[in-house]
Design a protein around this ligand. Structure first.
Ligand code: MG
Length: 391
């Protein structure tokens, strides 16, 4: 037993150098609207929330959230925090249900569930620290020697630059790659051809023995997807990710039923219930929840078990420690995503500047320490001066 004494939330805003935005960098859900000057605005985020769960002995569990950090902070501070204080952190299932059911009217998906996720991750980190064990050892232990990871970047850019980037990952020993599209339905046939050129350029570098995944980041619609999919088949992609918006579950199911390219998704879906529906409708062939959105470790492990019954593998979004522990502990999670470390651009990279303890890939694999308790991350002091702290 260990009583939770306090929950502390801090938003870290990146004020350091940023790679300037480029047009047609990646498709996104706002592409179908009247265009503003900065097409990529909804895509970038330069803030991250840290949620510390502090117990009666002053041990601190660290959770985090990247979606709408300031609003998530409010959800925790104003609604969730009081539900958790004075509870025993080992009652994680009860605490999760308490948060979920007390916020049922507004919290089931989106920011409410992101807040629940941040607290749940903090609770699991705390339990690991109390037990002096890594989280993966509390939820199933080691199902694989190491975790294979895929290099996930290759945003749309001039073809020569794209090929150079692919070459870097190839030379680093990665065997799986994910790239992004730059054009969507409003860009007509020329845009469609540009998309095909991007994929062709990457295949020219990595060949056809390696796995290539394609990502549309919710920027297309059903019609466009049905038009382009037959033309993408020849590039033998392992999956097509988020071709339509996450609410268009029937669109997902229709595309997946074509059987031409397996459809992947789920980084914008929430809880066991969201995935139960997707699985029942055969809407996706790969599940990609992120445990800092979907409901934390508590929800992630239930979804792993559920997806296994449907023979649908789980490849969590984003890599990052909170997801690697789930991947390591479950045989239904064969590999994981990995964002190569780079200068701050979209915001995904902030994780590396904010936290230390992330494993470095070697020849396309990462490993987790058997000895680091909890999630194995701590706040990285090195970049302190590049963050503004918003309490
Ligand atoms: Mg994605």
């Amino acid at each position: 037993m260990s009583k939770i004494k306090d929950i502390k939330t801090t938003v870290y805003k990146w004020t350091g150098p940023v790679v300037p935005p480029q047009q047609n960098f990646c498709t996104n859900p706002t592409d179908l609207l009247k265009q503003s000057e900065d097409k990529m605005k909804s895509f970038r985020f330069h803030k991250w929330l840290v949620c510390e769960v502090i117990d009666e002995n002053n041990l601190v569990g660290i959770g985090n959230a990247a979606l709408a950090p300031e609003v998530t902070k409010k959800a925790i501070d104003c609604y969730l925090k009081d539900l958790v204080i004075n509870e025993d952190c080992f009652d994680y299932e009860y605490i999760w249900e308490k948060m979920y059911r007390h916020t049922m009217a507004w919290g089931r998906k989106g920011v409410g569930m992101v807040g629940i996720s941040a607290i749940d991750l903090g609770i699991w980190d705390l339990m690991g620290k109390i037990k002096k064990k890594p989280v993966f050892k509390l939820i199933g232990d080691r199902t694989k020697e190491k975790i294979p990871v895929y290099a996930s970047k290759l945003y749309s850019q001039p073809l020569k630059d794209l090929q150079k980037e692919a070459e870097i990952y190839l030379n680093e020993g990665f065997k799986m790659f994910k790239m992004r599209f730059g054009w969507g339905p409003k860009d007509g046939n020329e845009g469609l051809k540009n998309n095909l050129k991007l994929v062709n350029a990457v295949r020219e570098v990595i060949g056809y023995e390696k796995d290539l995944m394609l990502e549309a980041y919710m920027g297309w619609n059903l019609d466009y997807s049905k038009k382009i999919i037959p033309q993408l088949v020849k590039f033998k992609p392992k999956w097509l990710e988020e071709p339509v918006i996450p609410d268009d579950i029937h669109g997902y199911a229709e595309l997946n039923s074509l059987g031409a390219i397996p459809i992947a998704g789920g980084e914008h879906e929430f809880t066991y219930y969201g995935f139960k529906q997707l699985l029942e409708m055969k809407a996706i062939s790969y599940i990609q929840y992120d445990s800092n959105r979907v409901g934390g470790i508590t929800a992630g492990k239930k979804i792993n078990d559920l997806a296994e019954k449907y023979n649908v593998p789980v490849i969590p979004h984003a890599g990052q420690m909170h997801n690697y522990h789930l991947t390591m502990s479950h045989k239904n999670c064969p590999f994981s995503e990995y964002f190569p470390v780079s200068q701050v651009e979209i915001g995904n990279e902030l994780f590396y500047y904010l936290f230390e303890g992330e494993p470095k890939p070697k020849n396309g694999f990462i490993d987790l320490s058997d000895k680091s308790p909890g999630l194995g991350i701590s706040i990285n002091k090195k970049y302190n001066s590049n963050f503004q702290i918003l309490n």
